[in-house]
Design a protein around this ligand. Structure first.
Ligand code: M6R
Length: 383
């Protein structure tokens, strides 16, 4: 069943390019171009009812763990592309301190299993407290689920679903389901951007071209980096703390890299938005704390590099997930994990892979039960 892989997690990491292909096929019009906008042919086919989006004013996302990180990437896309104000809640917090009821709000529950108790409870609560507003239909619930299991309890709770097409995931650490959730957010954000005419058709076409190139880029990262990261993992046999930094759309990826490492290797790790380091966490740094920084060319590239340089001044070992041919990055980092050049907006799908592999190889090298980490279950069906 593991098809020659030592663990399901590694197998599932390798399945990711195929998952992205499946999502592209399921969500997007394969040969859409800007010219199609003139005949009002949309770039996506999510099959969602138009009422979900009528006069949309804001989006609330509820999720836990890795799905919450996918929600943060989603927020970035929904705000920066579609221009819709979006808030991401931990389901366990939202349950007991829900935001004020606002009109024309789309509520999105993200859960790969569709069985996470906190996420279901938060959605149920929204459904309940918003029903009975027949006098003011703007307040009625509009619920959308993003899940890998449409047949789950989530599927029964919400009327509209985006199916993430990742196939069953066995490793407790979510990998391919995360990538699929992020793909669902690309599709949703592009769908909304098109409906709201928030970007030009040419800009959307460019994004679609970039999205279609992702699987090949992902394969390249896997082929070219896995061995190297396996070697690199040897350097961290004794390491007790890690810091992961990113900014903008790669900040959630820093959080995800830290969560993967904590979850399967039991090493203390924190993810921060790189610009926040100087407000306290930088005091943690010394030669014993490696800092993994995601630095992709784009709106915050120079800023991230200068944040990394501040860490260097504290003797931290700097590891950069960054394109190979960026001289400033090469000068900044002690160790490079190269990824292909890609539009920053699409980069999370690539930058998460080295972080998954790093967590995997550090844990595997420590001889830990990667697929079944201690104290954890694949889905958390109790509060
Ligand atoms: O099934 P869900 O997506 O609702 O699960 C949410 C979290 O429990 C889950 O993502 C957890 O954080 C993973 N084990 C992370 O790898």
């Amino acid at each position: 069943e593991k098809q020659g892989f030592k663990h399901f997690m590694l197998k599932e990491i390798y399945e990711q390019p195929g998952v992205v292909r499946a999502c592209l096929e399921a969500y997007f019009d394969g040969d859409w171009t800007a010219a199609d906008a003139a005949i009002d042919k949309p770039p996506t086919h999510l099959g969602l009812p138009p009422d979900l989006f009528a006069n949309l004013q804001q989006i609330e996302i509820v999720a836990c763990g890795t799905s919450w990180h996918a929600g943060l990437v989603g927020k970035y896309l929904l705000e920066q592309l579609a221009g819709v104000t979006t808030t991401v809640h931990y389901a366990s917090e939202c349950r007991y301190a829900p935001p004020p009821i606002a009109p024309n709000t789309l509520i999105i529950g993200v859960t790969q299993s569709g069985e996470t108790a906190d996420t279901l409870a938060a959605l149920e609560m929204e459904k309940k407290r918003r029903s009975g507003f027949d006098q003011n239909p703007e307040l009625l619930p509009r619920l959308l689920g993003i899940t890998n299991r449409p047949e789950s309890s989530l599927g029964n709770l919400v009327a509209s679903i985006i199916d993430t097409h990742a196939g069953i995931e066995i490793g407790v650490a979510a990998t391919k389901t995360f990538v699929a959730q992020v793909m669902a957010f690309y599709a949703l954000a592009i769908d909304l951007t098109y409906r709201r005419q928030a970007k030009s058709p040419e800009q959307l076409e460019q994004m679609l071209v970039g999205l279609r190139q992702l699987p090949a880029h992902m394969e390249l990262v896997l082929e070219s980096q896995e061995r190297y990261i396996e070697e690199l993992a040897h350097d961290f046999a004794e390491t007790q703390d890690f810091i992961f930094l990113g900014r903008g759309i790669n900040f959630p990826i820093a959080l995800e890299g830290a969560l993967k490492l904590k979850e399967i290797s039991y090493i203390h790790a924190e993810g921060y938005p790189a610009g926040e380091m100087k407000h306290g966490p930088i005091a943690l740094l010394d030669a014993k704390v490696p800092v993994v920084t995601i630095a992709m060319p784009g709106s915050v590239f120079e800023k991230v590099l200068s944040n990394a340089q501040e860490a260097r001044a504290r003797d931290a070992r700097l590891i950069g997930v960054t394109p190979m041919d960026e001289q400033d990055a090469a000068d900044t980092f002690d160790t490079l994990i190269p990824v292909p050049h890609i539009d920053e907006m699409l980069s999370p799908i690539l930058t998460v892979i080295p972080l998954q592999l790093l967590a995997y190889h550090i844990a595997a090298r420590r001889g830990l039960d990667v697929d079944q980490p201690r104290n954890l279950a694949k889905s958390v069906t109790v509060e």
